[in-house]
Design a protein around this ligand. Structure first.
Ligand SMILES: Cc1ncc(COP(=O)(O)O)c(C=O)c1O
Length: 377
């Protein structure tokens, strides 16, 4: 049996990892500023994480959502505290797409409507409605095509107002990333998020904050949307939540009332997933990782802004986009193969930095030095 070949792969096998370092099968060390796509939040194989997961595995790894799982309650309490949304409710699932799918479904259950506003450049996942709300026709199969989604230009308040005045009472939800990741590290402006909040309030539509990539402390705030000073109705989260263990969730405002069977999943919220998510939050709290993300991120951004060859530096905290001119097409590959540094990318020529939240200033400096050399070709 062969693998279904959907991923373009780098010819590297990672066999060991610790903090922001990984090693390949030949023992070559790499600096990891990609975190396996923003997933590694507290660093690879963090000792507290390994210990908590191992201990849990030795007790009980899984039982379904048909019995009491006190770890879920502990996780909800901790997440409420760390995110500052103590009165929100938690539904646990397994991936970012599933989180967004459930958030959109919940919005539609709530107000009985069908239309969803999404934005140019958005990525919300690959399941049916999440992919329809994703601005990439190539990955939308004919069966996923729907006229329920209205795509609007990003950060365009006039277009948003016009859409609400045309479709207002049909709009179930507005879904937006605090910072577009796949779209190239593009931040939603504070006034745009405030406008979404006020229009959703005026029309009883649901404001969904897709925090799958930009959330979980990465920008220095638990949810990057919260820089706007207004609450979303539903926050979706995944990547950094389990530091590599597949776990996702949606944080739901008190006004949404559940009924049995409304949402559900087999694997969501299992014992091991909760242990992983709790370990992550414990480390974020104990080691002040949100503060570190803000500080090291600010440092990286200000140093990068001094480099003339860069077209634009975007982002916040440890979610950084380095927009390079077309004349420098090989920098990401050179960083990986010559300088042994993993980074991410976005089209057409943006390098994405999504490291663990405990990246050190020394590691940031190592990147900056090698990056400056790489720019010289
Ligand atoms: C903003 C955002 N939402 C949703 C998703 C989908 O998450 P998953 O791949 O876990 O389904 C992603 C994945 O990259 C993402 O960046």
């Amino acid at each position: 049996m062969n693998l279904f070949d959907v991923y373009p792969l780098n010819n590297i096998e990672i066999t060991k990892a610790l903090g922001s370092k990984v090693w390949d099968a030949n023992g070559q060390e790499y600096l990891d500023l990609y975190g396996g796509h923003a997933v590694i939040s507290i660093g690879h194989t963090h000792p507290h994480y390994v210990q908590r997961l191992t201990a849990q595995l030795n007790k009980v790894g899984f039982y379904s959502n048909s019995v009491l799982i006190p770890l879920q309650v502990q996780l909800a309490e901790k997440l409420g505290k760390v995110s500052g949304k103590t009165d929100y409710q938690l539904f646990l699932c397994n991936s970012g797409a599933e989180a967004n799918e459930n958030a959109l479904k919940l919005a539609s259950f709530y107000n009985g409507r069908k239309k969803v506003i999404a934005f140019k450049g958005a990525f919300h996942g690959r399941t049916s409605l999440a992919v329809s709300a994703t601005d990439n026709p190539k990955i939308i199969a004919p069966v996923n095509e729907t006229d329920h989604i209205i795509f609007l230009p990003h950060n365009d308040e006039a277009a948003l107002e016009a859409a609400f005045s045309e479709y207002g009472n049909d709009i179930a939800a507005v879904i937006i990333e605090g910072i577009q990741g796949v779209g190239g590290i593009k931040e939603a402006s504070i006034s745009f998020l405030q406008k979404i909040r006020s229009l959703c309030d005026a029309y009883n539509a649901v404001y969904i904050a897709d925090s799958v990539q930009c959330g979980y402390g990465r920008t220095g705030n638990f949810y990057s949307h919260d820089y706007a000073g207004v609450d979303a109705d539903i926050y979706t989260m995944a990547k950094g939540m389990g530091n590599g263990f597949p776990v996702a969730g949606i944080s739901i405002a008190p006004k949404f009332k559940p009924w049995h069977g409304m949402l559900g999943t087999t694997f969501g919220g299992n014992h091991l997933a909760c242990a992983a998510a709790l370990a992550v939050l414990e480390v974020i709290e104990q080691d002040n990782l949100m503060q570190n993300a803000a500080e090291v991120g600010d440092y990286l951004i200000s140093e990068l802004k001094k480099i003339e060859a860069i077209k634009e530096v975007r982002g916040r905290g440890l979610m950084i986009g380095i927009d390079l001119p077309e004349s420098l097409p090989n920098v990401k590959n050179d960083l990986l193969f010559k300088y042994k540094i993993f980074t991410g990318e976005a089209k057409p020529n943006v390098i994405r930095l999504l490291p663990a939240l405990n990246l050190t200033k020394t590691q940031a400096d190592q990147f900056l030095n090698d990056f400056k050399t790489a720019l010289k070709g």
